[in-house]
Design a protein around this ligand. Structure first.
Ligand code: FAD
Length: 274
């Protein structure tokens, strides 16, 4: 049960975003309560032991870390380990009646070989390097802004300082850039996955939702690398929970918020059921 009647901040939901907010607010001296509907914290960032008799913890839903700024890891003193992946993806295919595929990983040489075997030439891998060189430059410039006051569009454009990249990623549907860079349909599909996954957008959607999704996949920590948390995402969530608790936040699991009534300015009444 929550220890007080009133808190400076009540956070609905103990996923990783709620826990980060709780840790920072508590460290700033605020009284903080996290109300979590489920029996444990973590939301979509949790681990499970799927194999009976094997003490291996794997991520249940969300499983790779890229967008977590080192600044947050350091400031909150989060204790968990990330490992680099050796394989990014493998996409099986049929070409001329025989099974083949595109392997991305194992270092640049193996990836290049796989491109050449699939496409029969060097052009697609050269295009791949140029395209991800461009996104790498954008990543270095954009990622630091995630923990800074939100820049204006013009400020961000000046910071990126690459008109072609700005047009491809921020102004035109990213499908156009992918089609202009790559001619192999399977390669186009692999690149486009990062733009469409989890959205209902399509490559040429005028809303540019797919561009936003693509940027989130390529800017992480200024490199676009996606790393594996040892012990699964649950290990990371446990580090966050520990940081929030040690800063003085209270966390009440199995507490579902059913109503929030706010004056729209300063005060809110929060109703929950256990
Ligand atoms: C299958 C899958 C795979 C993914 N893979 C990745 C990945 O590899 N890497 C990555 O970075 N992102 C991934 N994502 C996205 C990522 O998981 C989410 O962006 C992230 O979990 C959002 O965190 P959150 O704290 O905002 O919300 P959530 O993790 O959804 O947490 C919200 C919490 O609020 C609680 N809650 C909801 N309503 C109430 C209520 N009324 N009262 C009390 N508590 C409530 C929920 O129980 C939950 O614990 C994936 C998502 C899914 C679904």
């Amino acid at each position: 049960m929550p220890a007080r009647e009133r808190y400076d901040a009540v956070i609905v939901g103990g996923g990783h975003n709620g826990l980060v907010a709780a840790a920072y607010l508590a460290r700033a001296g605020r009284t903080v309560l996290v109300l979590e509907r489920l029996g444990s914290t973590g939301g979509a960032a949790v681990s499970t032991r799927p194999f009976a008799g094997v003490d291996a913890r794997l991520s249940r839903y969300s499983y790779l870390v890229s967008l977590l700024p080192q600044k947050i890891v350091q400031e909150l003193g989060l204790n968990f380990t990330l490992r680099k992946r050796t394989v990014s993806s493998y996409t099986p295919a049929h070409r001329e009646g025989r099974p083949t595929g595109l392997f991305v990983g194992g270092g640049p040489d193996r990836t290049r070989e796989s491109f050449e075997r699939l496409t029969g030439g060097t052009a697609e891998y050269t295009a791949w390097e140029a395209f991800y060189g461009m996104t790498g430059h954008v990543a270095e410039r954009v990622f630091p802004t995630l923990t800074e006051p939100l820049p204006t569009r013009d400020e961000l454009r000046r910071r990126i300082d690459d008109d072609a990249a700005w047009r491809m990623l921020f102004e035109e549907p990213v499908g156009a850039a992918i089609e202009a860079h790559f001619s192999d349909d399977l390669v186009r599909g692999v690149v486009l996955t990062d733009a469409l996954i989890g959205t209902f957008a399509e490559a040429h959607d005028p809303s540019l939702k797919q561009n936003r999704c693509f940027l989130y996949h390529v800017i992480g920590n200024g490199t676009g690398d996606w790393d594996v948390p040892v012990g699964g995402m649950g290990a990371f969530t446990e580090a966050l929970t520990a940081a929030a608790l040690s800063a003085g936040a209270e966390i009440a699991t199995s507490h579902e918020v059913t109503r929030v009534e706010s004056d729209g300015r300063q005060h809110a009444d929060v109703t929950y059921r256990t």
